[in-house]
Design a binder for this molecule. Structure first.
Ligand SMILES: Nc1nc2c(ncn2[C@@H]2O[C@H](COP(=O)(O)OP(=O)(O)OP(=O)(O)O)[C@@H](O)[C@H]2O)c(=O)[nH]1
Ligand SMILES: [Mg+2]
Length: 283
């Protein structure tokens, strides 16, 4: 299996940029993929954030297993951290995010009110690994499409604040955190979700992982997606893969079959699924 390279240089650069920008905000909107509530996080953020308020946004909930999403929201709850599950792509007004920010910032808001301050502002920034939906969330919160320029050097010298319809201002550029790939499974899960480039992991490795995972956790979904029999499902993942290659009339092209499986999965043809399970980390 291909080992995904991890470059500490990238990490340090991102870390420094995020550290500078954190000083400017009251609350961090940490976007994660609802299918990967742990694997799409980077623990470096825990060290950087320290006492800052944080809202964990489990985005793409439309693709995730709803029962797991609920469990993860309970799991993340604590006084400094709130969590919310959203589908930023298909929701016009992300009012729920504003509500959660207000709850997290209740003490500060109360102080403003008590001292008669009318024009107060809460400042927030979006942060997250690639492809989790940072720009989508930012645009929806801003109520317009902002040109998001991505990671650029010296960003702290040119901060732009975007006003929203509420008292919240957002930093214009989301912070890109690189994923922390400390084992192969995390790397494969990230590849499957589209968070890291497909070219970094062979398509057949990703497809075999997906088949094995669904055989264990979501056999009915897999069965329905490809009209499989119960006997087909009991084959090991490699046998099942060969079976599907034949079914697709692609028996001589494993990479193409694997790619079809991955694209089907990403399009939602396999149904809604979560790749990190709460039970697995509790045990
Ligand atoms: N199904 C679904 N797709 C979403 C959702 N939010 C964003 N997407 C899609 O996910 C892809 C990535 O979204 P972006 O907003 O560009 O993500 P990003 O985190 O800014 O990505 P980078 O800038 O590459 O780091 C796009 O194709 C979006 O349309 C969601 O809630 N559900
Ligand atoms: Mg973006």
């Amino acid at each position: 299996m291909t080992i995904i390279q991890w470059y500490p240089g990238h990490m340090n650069k991102a870390k420094n940029q995020i550290q500078d920008r954190l000083k400017l905000v009251d609350v961090v909107l940490e976007i994660r993929d609802a299918r990967l509530p742990l694997s799409s996080a980077n623990p470096v953020l825990d060290q950087l954030i320290q006492n800052k308020k944080r809202l964990i946004i489990l985005n793409k909930k439309d693709l995730a297993d709803a029962s797991q999403t609920k469990k993860w929201q309970q799991y993340f709850q604590n006084p400094q951290v709130a969590s919310v599950a959203i589908d930023a792509q298909h929701t016009q007004h992300l009012q729920i995010i504003i509500q959660k920010i207000n709850q997290l910032m209740a003490a500060k808001l109360k102080k403003f009110q008590q001292s008669g301050v009318q024009n107060y502002t809460i400042r927030a920034m979006c942060i997250g690994i690639p492809n989790v939906g940072k720009s989508t969330v930012l645009n929806k919160l801003a109520g317009k499409n902002i040109a998001v320029t991505g990671n650029r050097p010296g960003v702290t010298k040119n901060q732009n604040w975007i006003k929203t319809k509420s008292h919240i201002e957002l930093l214009d550029t989301p912070g890109v955190l690189w994923p922390k790939i400390d084992d192969e499974t995390v790397g494969i899960k990230l590849a499957l979700s589209g968070a890291i480039k497909d070219s970094l992991v062979p398509q057949t490795d990703i497809a075999l992982f997906a088949l094995d995972f669904f055989q264990k956790h979501y056999p009915q979904l897999l069965q329905a997606a490809y009209h499989l029999t119960t006997t087909d499902l009991q084959e090991n993942n490699k046998e099942l893969f060969l079976h599907l290659c034949q079914q697709f009339n692609m028996a001589d092209d494993y990479e193409r079959s694997a790619n079809k499986l991955i694209q089907d999965l990403r399009k939602g043809i396999w149904g809604q699924y979560t790749l990190d399970w709460v039970q697995e980390i509790d045990s």
